[in-house]
Each structure stands twice: as C-alpha cells, then as structure tokens.
Design a protein around this ligand. Structure first.
Ligand code: ADP
Ligand code: 5GP
Length: 188
C-alpha cells in the first residue's frame, strides 16, 4: 500500500494557486511538489526541472504516445501540461504530494487517487481581480493573458467538483484556512 496523501490545487490562472502551494510547502515539509511537464516556454525565472520540465510540443506528443503521463491536458492551444508517471509513483511511496493542475487535470487526479486525495479549488473574488493579479505578476504577455481570462469563467464552474473551495481574497485568511483544512485532512 502506498503511503502518501495527495493535495490537488486547481483554479483559473491568476487565482493564487502557486502562492498558496509555496506557502504550504514552507509550513509543512512532508510535501513534495509534483513537477509537471509542459510545452509552453519558461516564464520569468523558471528553470527546467524546478517549476516544470519543459518540452517542445513534438516531444510532449511523443511522451503522450509512449504512455508516460498519469494525466495531461491541452490547457491552451498548443500548450500541453501533464503529470509524468515517473514524477509521482516513486515519490508517493514516501511523501505527501502537492499538485498544481488545471481544472480538468484536477478532476482526473481526484478520480485516480480517490479518498487519498483532497481536491482544493482556489477561487479569486472576480475575473477583474484575476486580470489585476496577472497584470501585477508582470510575466504574462497581453495575448497570453487574454487566452487565460477567456477561459476563466468556464473554469470557475468546476468549483463544485472540488472537495473544498478556498476563496483567496485576503491572502492571510486564505493561508490560515488552507493550513486548517490540510491539517485536518492529514490527520484523518
Ligand atoms: P496562479 O498560480 O493561480 O496562476 P499566482 O499564485 O501566481 O496564481 O498569483 C497571481 C498573482 O496574484 C501573483 O502576483 C500573486 O503574488 C498575487 N496574489 C496571490 N494571492 C493574492 C491575494 N490574495 N491578493 C492579491 N494578490 C494576490
Ligand atoms: P501556467 O502556465 O500558469 O504555469 O499553468 C497554466 C495552467 O496549467 C494552470 O491551471 C496549471 O495549474 C495547469 N497545469 C500545470 N501543470 C499541469 C499538469 O500537470 N496537468 C494539468 N492538467 N494541468 C497543469
């Protein structure tokens, strides 16, 4: 029997998933972050093998054909993202794992891991606020940003599929809520 528990974070881009994942990892060292593969180029200071494994779309398609993913999605056109089996299988023998995935990936992982997983949906107060946050983050081109915002309302409808919804309005409040929810889940 595998040991680790699984926490899945999903939300529209800009909601604050990465911020909350980083916070949780700083507070609880029992978690390993699942490094996904993607066919998008690195953004800002991102490094291969740290935030993501970066591949060309062709390389990504070869890995799909070779059955190397637990799940993958074409989240935006020609922008593939996926969870590599090689990343999670060994880790879960000894650690808890955190996933930051799109809403469909979140549903797939929840189906796959069942009660061993907690599916957390991070909700920003509004689409306008998502825009403000993406602009504030300063690493997304206007074209890329529009693609992300165009999908946000649809993605928000997935909140009902999650085990819990954390509203990330006040960051401090969301962080406190997150710790409480995760501690309860880990103690069950
Ligand atoms: P995601 O990973 O969901 O795309 P990020 O964690 O990168 O989102 O957050 C997007 C931007 O919003 C970042 O610049 C982050 O610092 C900021 N941010 C996160 N949470 C809040 C919050 N509660 N209030 C205001 N800004 C926030
Ligand atoms: P970003 O380009 O902002 O890093 O990520 C874009 C979207 O892809 C986010 O919603 C993020 O959670 C999602 N994502 C990242 N990795 C994966 C993955 O392995 N699988 C799936 N399905 N989505 C992912």
């Amino acid at each position: 029997m595998k040991k680790g528990k699984v926490i899945i974070f999903s939300a529209p881009s800009g909601s604050g998933k990465s911020t909350l994942v980083r916070y949780l990892m700083s507070k609880d060292d029992s978690f390993t972050f699942s490094i996904s593969a993607t066919s998008r180029p690195p953004r800002g200071e991102e490094r291969n093998g740290v935030e993501y494994f970066f591949f060309s779309p062709e390389e990504f398609r070869e890995k799909i054909a070779a059955g190397e993913f637990v799940e993958y999605e074409e989240v935006y056109k020609d922008r593939f993202y996926g969870t590599l089996k090689s990343q999670v299988e060994a880790q879960l023998e000894k650690n808890n794992i955190l996933f930051d995935v799109d809403v469909k990936g979140g549903c797939s992982l929840k189906n796959y891991y069942g009660d061993r997983a907690l599916f957390i949906f991070v909700q920003a107060p509004s689409v306008d606020e998502l825009r403000n946050r993406l602009v504030g983050r300063g690493d997304t081109s206007p074209e890329e940003m529009e693609k992300r915002l165009a999908k946000a309302e649809y993605e928000m409808t997935f909140a009902q599929r999650a085990d819990v919804v954390i509203v990330n309005d006040s960051l401090e409040k969301a962080q406190a809520e997150l710790l409480e929810i995760v501690n309860k889940f880990l103690s069950e």
